[in-house]
Design a protein around this ligand. Structure first.
Ligand code: SAM
Length: 212
């Protein structure tokens, strides 16, 4: 007798979801899938607020004169909104996920706030910035130290600052990353942000080799 067993709808959707999340490994499709299904909606919740608030406060304090800002891995543009459009002259946010970039442009895009879909490993520009931010996104720059040094430090204006946040959990391998980062930058400020659900170190950095 033929085997007529069929997979249940919930099993099928579980496999499909597993495939999309774990097997679909191109960065762009995986991140798009996650944003489209709302996996990152939690970034706008209360327990993530302090991380954004610290970064916004650092920029407002250290660069009060309408800085040009570049954010790498900006997701749906929450940080631009938290900083506030009156606090910068220009804000470019980039992310590999077109779905997140589209939402960012719809909600926060204006004449001085622009979001672009681009892989951080390929991003180039002739512009220079007062502030460059990797807020929970440096994990995806590979090889990290080489690309920070060769690709991103040259995008800083003289006197410019880089702000990097890394999760304090073991999966982030923060110690190894901070050790590498510390070979390239001096630390102007280090802040530990802890909420009921999560923790991050946020460092404000200046390149050891100054830009011209
Ligand atoms: C953990 S989320 C952080 C989003 C946002 N910065 C925040 O703090 O809420 C990581 C972000 O990095 C983006 N990302 C991952 N790989 C990337 C890549 N290769 N180039 C650009 N962005 C990337 C993801 O799409 C995602 O928006």
């Amino acid at each position: 007798m033929a085997n007529t067993t069929t997979a249940s709808p919930s099993f099928t959707s579980y496999i499909s979801s597993l495939f999309q999340r774990k097997v679909l490994r191109t960065d762009r499709s995986r991140w798009n899938y996650q944003y489209e299904r709302g996996s990152w909606d939690g970034l706008e919740k209360l327990d993530e607020l302090p991380r954004f608030s610290i970064i916004a406060g650092l920029i407002q304090f250290l660069k009060p004169d309408a800085p040009a800002i570049l954010e790498i891995g900006c997701g749906e543009g929450i940080l631009a909104q938290r900083i506030g459009r009156n606090a910068y002259s220009s804000f470019i946010g980039t992310d590999v996920a077109d779905a997140a970039i589209q939402r960012a442009n719809e909600r926060f895009g204006d004449d001085k706030t622009v979001f672009e879909a681009v892989d951080m490993n390929d991003y180039t520009t002739s512009q220079q910035f007062d502030v460059i931010i990797f807020n929970e996104s440096l994990y995806y720059l590979r090889p990290m130290a080489e690309k920070l040094a060769g690709q991103y430090i040259p995008m800083l204006k003289p006197g410019g600052i880089m702000i990097i946040s890394l999760n304090t959990g073991p999966h982030a391998d923060g110690e190894t990353k901070w050790n590498l980062i510390d070979t390239l930058f001096d630390t102007l400020d280090k802040t530990l942000v802890e909420t009921t659900k999560n923790g991050w170190i946020v460092k404000t950095l200046t390149p050891k080799v100054s830009q011209s």
